[in-house]
Design a protein. Structure first.
Length: 486
């Protein structure tokens, strides 16, 4: 991992062989690919050409027309990041500014986002959820000890490193609620509706710690059940009213075992004063439970010690509980790339070996490096492309034009709004999820070789679990053109 010194200097533009703009991030460092994007900017992977070290660079341009994004809010985020240094919090190495553009240098979490490990409607192994939840609690407890409230805890803002260590990220909505021993109530109504506490949603003055703890509880529900319990914790939401009436006999609660459900009943109490504290959560019988780690296995085709950074890189395998194992899992999970080993690339197949790949590339040396080119009708070949290994993708041997046509037909069938991206290499798809919240993603086609294409889907905004459900629907409509990769 690079040090803060890697960020010294300014961002320079230089042209590649084809004349297209390519960004060199200070001397010897280069932007290789986009890791994520949002309403106000994007996160790019910066790689040291000599050592292969990586940092994630959050690039945000302040635009006076964008509500809520100001120089002051970015400076506040930087000040908070500078305060923090913990195993379960993303590291901050430094920042640079160029006019109205800010470059925040952050630790590169090579395991992707937590939501990538959550299978829609299924969740994950309870032991793995237990592992991630306790780390999340440790990170949030540290934030609170520093007087910092996160205020937007959700799976998309929880990253993982190569050995499944939780890294809390995205402090754009964070604030300091305690300074010099003096604590203040918060009033800003912010966060993501399904995850925020009822007092925050109601617009009341609220205490920071119970509000963050509530969000941690919702993350636990998502991990254990693969779905969110409600649109928002309000009196107008039937699911939330049933919860408050102690009716737990419908999903997602029927998917959750007794011990974690008993804990959630204490964490998701409507009144903040009656909500479990960190100490009480950690003392609960489920929190103190020990799950057996069956193995730690490397990514497919990569030995545990083959990381370019020389560190062990692997994924946890936790002993399955009968309740989880008995769930209906006959369909291909959307988090498994169709066609990978153990998954039939034809029309539906059975799950064999569970193969993980991630929203962010797992390691620098695992980036797919080949002559991949954006594949659009009439597109010309570009220099070597670096494409992240992703969960939401599939392979096809069909002609590019046929794939583009099929994708547009499928999007039209589901009444999604589709437009060509400004760079003319992607389809930008806009829709709403089941909670009527905006959801935007991109579909891009890359040429792997003359007879094989990769169709890659990237979420731009919206709930990650809902995005994976939509990807699965689109993929199912394309089963007849999906093939196994080499």
């Amino acid at each position: 991992m690079a040090t803060a010194g890697a960020g010294a200097g300014v961002v320079k533009e230089k042209a590649n062989a084809s004349g297209e703009g390519r960004t060199s991030f200070v001397e010897g460092w280069e932007f290789m690919q986009t890791l994520g994007e949002g309403a106000y900017g994007e996160v790019k992977l910066a790689v040291c050409k000599e050592s292969g070290d990586c940092v994630a660079v959050k690039i945000v341009t302040v635009d006076g027309g964008k509500e809520g994004l100001t120089h002051e809010s970015l400076r506040k985020e930087v000040c908070i990041l500078k305060m923090l240094r913990h195993t379960n919090v993303i590291k901050f190495f430094g920042q640079r500014t160029q006019g109205s553009t800010y470059y925040l240098l952050l630790e590169y979490a090579d395991g992707g986002e937590l939501f990538d490990r959550i299978e829609p409607d299924l969740g994950m192994e309870p032991g793995l959820a237990h592992h991630f939840f306790l780390q999340l609690l440790n990170g949030v407890e540290y934030l609170h000890s520093r007087g910092v409230a996160h205020r937007d805890i959700k799976p998309e803002n929880i990253l993982l490193d190569g050995v499944d260590t939780v890294k809390i990220s995205d402090f754009g909505l964070s604030t300091v609620f305690r300074h010099m021993g003096k604590e203040r109530k918060l009033s800003r109504r912010c966060g993501t509706p399904p995850y925020i506490a009822p007092e925050v949603h109601a617009g009341l003055d609220y205490s920071a710690e119970p509000a963050d703890i509530w969000s941690c509880g919702i993350v636990l529900v998502a991990m254990l059940a693969g779905e969110l319990p409600w649109d928002a914790p309000t009196s107008g939401c039937a699911e939330y009213c049933e919860w408050c009436a102690q009716n737990f006999f419908f999903p997602p609660w029927t998917k959750i075992s007794n011990e974690p459900l008993a804990l959630l009943k204490k964490v998701l109490r409507h009144a903040p004063s009656k909500r479990y504290t960190m100490d009480q959560i950690k003392s609960h019988v489920w929190s103190r439970k020990t799950y057996a780690v069956v193995d730690q296995v490397a990514e497919e085709g990569v030995s545990p010690t083959s990381s370019r950074h020389g560190r062990h890189s692997s994924r946890l395998v936790i002993d399955s509980s009968p309740r989880y194992a008995d769930r209906d899992n006959s369909d291909i999970p959307s988090s498994l790339p169709v066609g990978r080993e153990g998954v039939d690339g034809g029309g539906g197949g059975e799950v064999g070996v569970a193969v993980e790949s991630f929203t962010q590339p797992s390691r620098y040396d695992e980036l797919v490096i080949s002559t991949q080119v954006p594949c659009t009708p009439g597109a010309t070949e570009t220099p070597v492309q670096r494409l992240t290994l992703r969960l939401t993708r599939f392979y096809t041997a069909s002609p590019c034009q046929k794939v583009w046509t099929r994708l547009q037909q499928v999007m039209k069938k589901f009444s999604y709004d589709v437009r060509i991206s400004p760079d003319k290499v992607s389809l930008v798809v806009s829709t709403t999820d089941k909670r009527s919240q905006p959801l935007v993603f991109k579909a891009s086609i890359y040429g792997l070789r003359s007879d094989l294409l990769l169709v890659d889907f990237r979420r731009s905004s919206g709930d990650g679990i809902e995005f994976k459900k939509i990807f699965k629907k689109v993929r199912d409509q394309c089963q007849d053109i999906i093939v196994k990769p080499p």
